[in-house]
Design a binder for this molecule. Structure first.
Ligand code: G3P
Ligand code: CA
Length: 240
């Protein structure tokens, strides 16, 4: 069972920051989930939204700013605004964090609103330069991005993200070339998990913050859960 700290330990620390990711690991996560976009100067950065304003004290789209510009913004959460580990991280920094560990890193390609030219290739080349392919899952709500990833390097594990029902989703995942489905919690049933397992498709579910669902889904055979509370999930995984 992979305990993915969703955007890091994001219930406690500013999401998608190095601090949040490190704290996720400290509290027992064996997986991390991050969101990746591309800057104006073609650098891969870790942030959820296309626009920086919700999480940082600034305005504008990631795609319209250079990495240097983006790094100048303070995080919006007052308790962490001067924390050096709460700037917008690069994907390189996150790869540095997980290398020499057993952490599984789910890189979500945020290509559903804006399609960043060549982002799939950029991510794959960077991960391969680090030799970290075996620790990575590439996922996206844009299923074309998954197809592209598989075309570039079929050895990467991929996850099909979705928030609305998809007919015959297991078959569809296979057609797209996904190794796993990453459904919204509301779309999961025990039967779906069973069927996926039978078909050699993994099931990683987001965003599971309730202990009741954590227990249910672990029992049902989910492969991984994305949670903002990796500490709580860790406790539940370890209870007997
Ligand atoms: O990858 C699971 C989850 O992160 C997808 O939704 O909106 O939190 O990126 P979101
Ligand atoms: Ca995400």
């Amino acid at each position: 069972m992979i305990n993915f700290a969703h955007r890091g330990a994001s219930n406690y620390y500013p999401e998608n920051t190095l601090l949040s990711l490190k704290e996720g690991i400290k509290t027992g996560a064996n997986g991390l989930e991050i969101d990746v976009h591309k800057t104006k100067d073609n650098k891969l950065v870790v942030i959820h939204d296309e626009d920086i304003e919700r999480t940082f004290k600034g305005k504008g789209l990631v795609k319209d700013m250079t990495l240097e510009e983006l790094r100048s913004f303070k995080c919006r959460n007052k308790n962490f605004e001067n924390n050096i580990e709460c700037k917008i991280p690069t994907l390189v920094e996150v790869l540095e964090l997980i290398k020499d560990t057993n952490i599984i890193l789910n890189i979500e390609l945020k290509t559903d609103e804006i399609h960043y030219e060549g982002i799939e290739r950029d991510v794959i080349e960077l991960v391969n330069r680090y030799g970290l392919k075996k620790q990575i899952i590439l996922s996206s709500f844009n299923h074309e991005s998954i197809r592209i990833c598989k075309e570039i390097d079929s050895e990467f594990e991929t996850g099909l993200l979705y928030y609305a029902p998809i007919e015959n989703v297991i078959q569809y995942a296979k057609e797209v070339g996904a190794n796993a489905i990453h459904p919204d919690l509301r779309l999961v049933s025990e039967e779906l998990i069973k069927e996926a397992n039978k078909n050699n498709i993994k099931v990683n579910i987001y965003t599971v913050n309730s202990p009741i669902y954590m227990r249910k889904l672990i029992k049902a055979g989910a492969n991984g859960l994305f949670t903002d509370y990796p500490d709580l999930l860790n406790e539940i995984i370890n209870e007997k």
